[in-house]
Each structure stands twice: as C-alpha cells, then as structure tokens.
Write a protein that binds this ligand. Structure first.
Ligand code: ATP
Length: 468
C-alpha cells in the first residue's frame, strides 16, 4: 500500500527538482494553480504525446483539433453549463470559510441551528446552501457590460461539438469517427487541492467519437476497454486501477451510461476519477442544433439517411494523470551494501523527462571530453543530461530521483588506447549494467527505450553485449 505521506514527499521532490512550482510563489502563491518546471513540462508533454499518438496518429478514424478557449457565450447555454454547472455552496458566518454543501465533514443540515462548521467548530453559523457557478467569466472587447460576457471554457468538449461538421466535411470522414483535442480548461472549484489533483486551471485530453445510434452500446464497450488499457500501458499498476460505474443519482439526465477510470492515489484520497468514459446519446448535437439554428445532421450516403450521431466521450485530465503517474512511480528503497537508500521515480521510460544521463567517471584523462561528445550525439534523438559533479553514486541517485531510466558512464577503460572504447549503461530499475561499444550506443539506447515496458531492463541487450 502507498504510504500516507507520499503526496507530501512528492510535492517537495517536485519543487526541489523542478517538476512543479506553485504559481506566483514569490507573491505568496495563487490558490490552486501550479506551474510546470523544466522536468515537469517534459513529463506532461510526454504524457500528452502518448495520448495524441494513441488517439490521433496511430488511427485513421480520429482527427485532431485545437479549438479556442473563448467561445460564443450561447455555447454554454446550449451545453447546460450556464444553468447547471453549479456546486451547492455554504459559508460559515463565523470563520468565513466556504464548503461544498455535500462535504462529508459537515454535521447536520446547513442553514439550521444544529449544523456545525467543520473548520471553526461553531454551531449554527453555516448558511443555507446556494448554487455557485463554476465558470470563470470575463469580458470580450472594451465594454464591461453583460452583453460582452464570455467564459473561459470549463471543458474542451464543446469546441469539438460545434466543429463536428467542419471536421467531418473537410476530412471526408464517415461515421463512425472521432475528434480529439488537448487543451486548457478552467473551473472555479470550491474545494481545490491535493496538489495538481484538483486545480482551477488544468488541461484535458478529450475525444468525442460519433457513431450511428444503434451502435453506441458497442462503441461504449470498445472505448471503455481501450482507455483502461491505455492507463495500464502507461505503467499505472493494475491493482491501483478500477472502473466506477455511475449510479442513477450520479448519472447526468441525458447520459446513457458513464464509467470513470479510477486510480488509487493512496492516503486520504484513495480511489479517484482520472478519466470519464460516457455514452452521451445525441444530447450535445441536439442542443447545439437547437440553440444555433444550424442543422448538424450527418448524411449517410449509402443508407440515404440523415441523422444526429450519438457520442461516446472519453475525457481525461492531463494534470491528474501526471499526478497518478508520479504517485505510482514514487518509491524509496534500501540499496544492498549501501548505508543510504535511494528515492526512485519508476516512471515508464516514455514518460521520463530525461531519457539518458551521461557521466565521466572522473574529471581527467579525456573522460569529460568523451562523455560530452556522447551526450551531444545522443541529444540529437533524446533528452540527455550531462553531469560531472560529485561522486558517481550521488549522480546516479540524482537521476533515479527524477526517473531517468538509463545512465551512461565513461571510465578509464573507455578512453584507454586512445578510445572510444566501451562504456557502461546502468538501468534505474534493477541497477543492472552492461558494457556497450560507443559506436553502438545510440542503437542500444533506442532499443531500450522502444520497449514498451515499465521496468526498463537490459536483459535482452546483455545477450548482445557483455554484462558487468
Ligand atoms: P470531479 O468529479 O473530480 O470534479 P468531473 O467528473 O467534474 O471530475 P469531468 O468533467 O468528467 O470531471 O472531467 C474529465 C477529467 O478532467 C477528470 O477525470 C479529471 O481528470 C479532469 N479534471 C476535471 N476537473 C479537474 C480539476 N479541477 N483539476 C484537474 N483535473 C480535473
């Protein structure tokens, strides 16, 4: 089981090593907004790239899109967000704290004398629940009046629905087909928190798959299976992943079925949604057709019929899944024969921000020069770090802590007889080492990184090259 304090340790590691910083930290920080540092931006980019590759690049039935954040305000009336994207909120008149009315820590019914504030403990100070809209508002143009109100999108999906026919007609796709996009979304969450789990600005990776109505149940099952498999392939442990089927109470009125992919974050969070897979029927297209007055029907030529396709939606948070990958990867280990243990981010190699680190064993006899040359050469294909500072053990530990799957060390033998001879590749996960001729280094690293395995291993390589 994950240790309860993993989140705290991760927050500190992420700051110290440049994964994630609090937004506007020097001003005291902005509530629940985070900045991705040099390593974090690589990690999240790698995650998004895996999603894009699996959804768009490797298929011929899904097209990509990058719609704008600001949309016509009527979009949010049609989608139901203006009227219904609300959380019930209660205020404490004593300590001025705010809570969601359904917060399990509230004892009694808010608004009655018995209800007790979970923060200050006072009785009878909680207001009645009132509806709070989670959309951020701003103004388009110079006039700050109600006619100029626009919203920061609270989800990326609507950009896909309103472009359904644009994409279908410009690409000549036939139903069934999908549209995918990655982009920022904004929600004025009442209870943000748990690091990047629930923030007010975040990124979504959404795909809407448009299908012939009768085939929707079949496609729903297909996408459920695909999406769970995607999370597994990311290296998230099998026993930390599960489906949660929405109960009747949880299900939106138009939805025909909804499953969340949940991940076990450990500690107080436990299993939580990282992705939603929904069978939305024709709700969205019907709404937009009605509100815009534009027909959004698809013409099925062979069948000579027009209809509104049904939609299977897959919606996953890039930040929340990044957090899942970090929680899943974090481990502390003792190392045989060493007094100091090590902290490891056992990230899937494809997610690791740095793929290879190159070290000269010593700062003499041509070792730094050779190591620099190797690093420069590998940099044409991979994100590479060069490090010549401190004891070699320390340098390994620094890379383990940020999840670098492979380290290359140039030693005395590598430069002997004028070099370049063999160098050592050491793996993050099982600490195994193999000697590889410099000329074959790039092929060896490519081979290792191309294996779709969580635990990078050099077992197969060591058949080709000498194991040490
Ligand atoms: P929750 O119940 O946790 O608020 P939701 O059901 O409102 O989530 P969806 O609207 O289905 O979430 O959004 C799809 C995905 O977007 C979620 O599974 C999650 O990964 C991500 N997401 C939603 N809200 C946030 C947020 N405030 N911060 C970070 N990620 C979020």
């Amino acid at each position: 089981m994950p240790q309860p304090d993993v989140m705290e340790k991760l927050v500190s590691l992420c700051k110290r090593r440049g994964f994630i910083f609090q937004s506007s930290e020097i001003y005291g920080g902005t509530g629940s907004v985070w900045d991705y540092g040099p390593l974090g931006v690589e990690l999240k980019k790698n995650l998004k790239e895996r999603w894009w590759n699996s959804m768009v690049r490797s298929r011929d039935d899904i097209e990509g899109l990058d719609a704008a954040i600001l949309m016509h305000p009527r979009v949010w009336e049609a989608s139901g967000h203006v009227g219904g994207f609300v959380d019930p909120l209660v205020d404490c008149r004593n300590c001025k704290k705010r809570f969601r009315a359904d917060d399990s820590k509230i004892k009694g019914t808010p608004g009655t004398p018995d209800a007790q504030c979970p923060a200050c403990g006072m009785k009878g100070t909680l207001s009645e629940a009132r509806q709070f809209n989670l959309m951020f508002k701003t103004f388009m143009g110079p006039l700050e009046d109600s006619a100029a109100v626009v919203y920061l999108r609270p989800e990326t999906a609507q950009g896909i629905y309103v472009n359904f026919l644009n994409v279908q007609q410009s690409t000549r796709q036939k139903v069934p087909f999908g549209i995918a996009q990655i982009g920022k979304a904004f929600r004025n969450e009442i209870t943000p928190g748990n690091f990047i789990f629930r923030t007010r600005e975040f990124e979504q990776m959404e795909m809407q798959f448009f299908v012939e109505p009768d085939s929707a149940p079949k496609w729903f099952e297909y996408w459920k299976a695909q999406r769970m498999e995607w999370h597994r392939a990311l290296g998230l442990s099998e026993n930390r992943l599960e489906f949660h089927e929405h109960t009747k109470e949880e299900l939106a009125h138009y939805a025909r079925g909804a499953f969340d992919v949940q991940f076990d974050f450990g500690g107080t969070l436990g299993f939580q949604e990282i992705e939603g897979v929904h069978n939305r029927g024709d709700f969205d297209l019907t709404q937009h057709q009605q509100f815009s007055g534009k027909k959004l029907e698809y013409f099925d030529q062979p069948a000579n019929k027009r209809y509104l396709p049904h939609v299977i939606e897959t919606s996953v948070g890039a930040d929340r899944t990044t957090l899942a990958a970090l929680v899943n990867a974090y481990r502390e280990e003792t190392v045989e024969g060493e007094s100091e243990g090590r902290t490891v981010l056992g990230l899937h190699p494809s997610l690791a921000p740095i793929k290879v680190a190159v070290f000269p064993l010593m700062k003499k006899e041509g070792m730094p020069e050779m190591a620099q040359k190797i690093a420069a050469d590998l940099r044409k294909d991979f994100r590479v770090d060069y490090d010549d500072g401190g004891a070699i053990g320390r340098r390994y530990r620094r890379q383990d802590e940020v999840g670098t799957p492979f380290c290359i060390t140039v030693d005395v033998d590598s430069v002997a007889a004028g070099g370049p001879g063999d160098v050592t590749i050491r793996t993050r996960d099982d600490l195994s080492q193999v000697r590889v001729p410099v000329a074959q280094l790039k092929a060896a690293i490519s081979d290792l990184l191309s294996r779709d395995e969580t635990r990078a291993t050099i077992e197969a390589l060591s058949e080709t090259w000498r194991r040490v």
